[in-house]
Design a protein around this ligand. Structure first.
Ligand code: HEC
Length: 150
């Protein structure tokens, strides 16, 4: 008996099947968005935890120039742009801080006031180096335990 010709009035595939396709496509979309979010976050270092940062080998002066000068002034004279970091220079609001106070305050930051918490961004070693460098900007002797300051 010859095969019957295709029936032009045949029913479309059952609805259940189409629903499955939609669910699979939606799941694929969610997975893609998640992967992109995690990937971009990873590239930008947004998932970092304190203590995970590797020392850069930069001196305190270099770390300061790269990370702090924009807001606190190249020589610690205080910021002149819209975000004004207080001055380290003698007579400035930060000039009298001890080394330990600097390490503590630089690490913690004051995020709501525009001062980033640096323990989330640079290594503990680099925080000590830059803290000692700001002592020089304040006219103090840099803490003797720190190397590669100026
Ligand atoms: C985006 C601008 C910005 C950058 C970058 C920045 N600071 Fe600040 N910093 C501020 C502002 C604004 C304040 C004042 C916050 C306040 O009102 O108490 C501040 C405050 C401080 C204080 C005093 C904090 C306290 O708790 O009293 C120290 C110390 C300091 N900064 C050191 C640094 C060092 C070192 C760097 C670089 C590693 C740095 N800052 C980078 C804006 C900045």
């Amino acid at each position: 008996m010859p095969a019957a010709p295709p029936d032009p009035f045949a029913e479309p595939p059952p609805r259940r099947f189409r629903a499955l396709t939609i669910v699979a496509a939606a799941l694929g979309g969610v997975v893609l968005v998640l992967a992109l979010t995690i990937g971009v976050g990873y590239l930008r270092g947004a998932n970092d935890l304190p203590g995970r940062h590797v020392a850069t080998g930069r001196t305190g002066a270099e770390i300061y120039a790269k990370n702090c000068a924009g807001c606190h002034g190249r020589n610690g004279e205080g910021g002149s742009l819209s975000i004004k970091g207080p001055a380290f220079a003698p007579g400035g609001p930060l000039a009298g801080l001890t080394f330990e106070q600097r390490v503590e305050k630089i690490g913690r930051g004051r995020p709501l006031a525009g001062m980033p918490g640096w323990k989330f961004r640079i290594s503990a070693d680099d925080i000590r180096k830059v803290a000692a460098y700001t002592q020089i900007l304040s006219g103090q002797q840099p803490d003797p335990s720190v190397e590669d300051v100026p």
